[in-house]
Design a binder for this molecule. Structure first.
Ligand code: NAP
Length: 316
């Protein structure tokens, strides 16, 4: 008999991050979850079918009947993970919060998974995407009082050079790591640390946090804002890793004026998300090396080994 006691619903569970989250619940943490519901606008898509073959129950996210669909989808569910696209409509986002508030779920993951925007300092010229995440987080926490509401922050960079359409994916290339030409450009100091986490490790962390949040003995240990730091590196270290792995000379590092870039953002607020991110990295606000929940979610790497930057480079 299965010992699985929990059930989970994943919004955006077919997406770039959401698919990995769905898979974590369906595979490595399957023994804890008897039901994994994936909400999707198109249950006939290739990703949706793949997840169904692996055991997911698909729920059509019919946007013309949001209240009914979401109430049904959250019925008998212990935890809801929101990993919807940032392009999802205000009506959908609002309906999700209200349905979660009406439901008997015990834990809810906010649609976050980015840098910790609460500590950013762009007073008066904040990025609108971060302001929107803050507005939604504040409203969700207010309406879901009595339920555990968790925000997972991490920086997740990818090695590809292409931005996927309709996605906020940010590649290392975007933030100045040009491996092809072995040139590295950084806003501020090349020895400033920043933390970066593989998508699969973010997904595993969400599954582990869900298990911890559903156990009354461990729930109080789960912070409202959880920081994850799979690997913490500097631009100099990335340059050195590339040289070692690829057998090339150590590349050039161009250090650009951090304050000048910040001033450029102030002059043109909201225009370039990547520039915001590069300033956040330069200011050390993406260095989660001493302020993360790694030991809680994966004590002593008992559940998985965190993916290293060297492994990323070797896989290129
Ligand atoms: N991907 C990254 O590298 C990354 C990095 C940092 C932070 N994040 C954060 O992670 C979260 C998820 O991002 P993501 O890149 O994984 O999302 P995504 O792949 O762009 O979208 C996730 C899912 O949302 C659904 N969706 C797309 N457009 C929609 C719309 N207009 N209305 C309703 N549903 C829609 C789609 O599911 P169906 O088509 O099946 O309905 C899609 O598979 C966001 O909060 C994002 O800011 C992502």
């Amino acid at each position: 008999m299965s010992a699985a006691t929990h059930s989970v619903a994943v919004l955006g569970g077919t997406g770039a991050l959401g698919k990995q989250i769905s898979l974590a619940f369906l595979t490595e943490f399957k023994s804890n979850f008897h039901t994994v519901r994936v909400l999707t606008r198109d249950p006939s898509s290739a990703v949706a079918k793949e997840l169904a073959e692996r055991g997911a129950s698909l729920v059509k996210l019919d946007e013309s009947h949001l209240t009914r669909v979401l109430d049904d989808a959250f019925k008998d569910v212990d935890v809801v993970v929101n990993a919807l696209s940032t392009k999802s409509s205000d009506a959908t986002n609002q309906a999700v919060i209200d349905a979660a508030a009406r439901s008997n779920i015990k834990a809810y993951f906010l649609d976050e998974y980015g840098s910790d925007h609460w500590i950013n300092e762009f007073s008066g010229y904040e990025h609108p995407g971060w302001l929107e995440k803050q507005r939604i987080a504040t409203e969700t926490r207010k309406k879901l009082q009595g339920k555990k509401v968790i925000a997972v922050s991490k920086l997740q960079l990818k090695w590809n050079h292409v931005n996927i359409a309709n996605s906020l994916s940010v590649s290392y290339h975007n933030v100045g790591v040009d491996i092809e030409n072995n040139v590295y450009s950084v806003y501020g100091s090349p020895s400033q640390k920043f933390s970066t986490t593989a998508k699969t490790d973010v997904a595993r962390s969400v599954a582990r946090l869900a298990i911890l949040a559903l156990d009354p003995a461990t729930a109080p240990k789960v912070p409202d804002n959880v920081r994850i730091a799979g690997a913490t590196v500097t631009y100099e270290e990335i340059r050195d890793i590339v040289a070692r792995v690829k057998g090339v000379p150590k590349g050039e590092i161009k250090a650009e004026d951090l304050q000048q870039h910040k001033e450029d953002i102030r002059q043109h607020p909201g225009e370039n998300f990547i520039d915001y991110l590069r300033v956040v990295i330069g200011e050390g606000k993406a260095d989660f090396s001493t302020t993360n929940a790694n030991a809680l979610v994966n004590p002593g790497e008992a559940f998985w080994k965190w993916t290293t930057v060297e492994e990323y480079v070797r896989a290129l």
